[in-house]
Unconditional design. Structure first.
Length: 159
């Protein structure tokens, strides 16, 4: 299985880069794991709805360049479906059993994802109704993908 996380913006904090690198290393025994970063747009404070739509559109175009036609795309969205770790693991396992060999997760920037990316997605996933920093979500998602592989392999992992 090939798994990509496509995220808007660079990870600036060292502790997050280190955490993501650790999970990427651990995932190496289960899948081909890749992080793709696309440039973010500067969002002015108190941006109008029109400016925010334009920013999301530009970031969406950058994301779209990396989306593959043969990939199953899971977009992180606050209005997506919430799953337990076990349900998430089962979803990944089911995709593999049904012939999916490439999953691409998409994490938007600070104001979310463009509607075109949400429409392209095969699945909308939410980690919570709360808002999290998009940089932190990259590490949380990497950890949950690793946890899913551990669950699917029947290997112990913290509950």
């Amino acid at each position: 299985m090939r798994i990509d996380i496509i995220g808007v913006g660079k990870i600036k904090e060292r502790y997050l880069r280190d955490g993501i690198a650790e999970y990427a290393k651990r995932l190496g025994r289960y899948c081909k794991f890749n992080i793709i970063e696309v440039a973010d747009e500067k969002t002015p404070e108190h941006a109008s709805d029109g400016v925010e739509r334009l920013i999301k559109s530009k970031e969406g175009e950058r994301i779209a360049k990396h989306l593959r036609d043969d990939a199953y795309v899971i977009a992180l969205a606050i209005n997506g479906k919430q799953l337990s770790s076990e349900q998430f693991a089962a979803h990944i396992n089911d995709l593999g059993l049904h012939g999916t060999s490439h999953i691409q997760f998409v994490i938007g920037g600070s104001i979310g994802l463009d509607d075109a990316i949400l429409k392209r997605a095969n699945y909308l996933l939410s980690f919570s109704k709360m808002t999290f920093p998009h940089q932190l979500m990259r590490m949380v998602l990497a950890e949950q993908i690793y946890r899913a592989y551990k669950i699917n392999a029947g290997e112990p992992y913290h509950k």
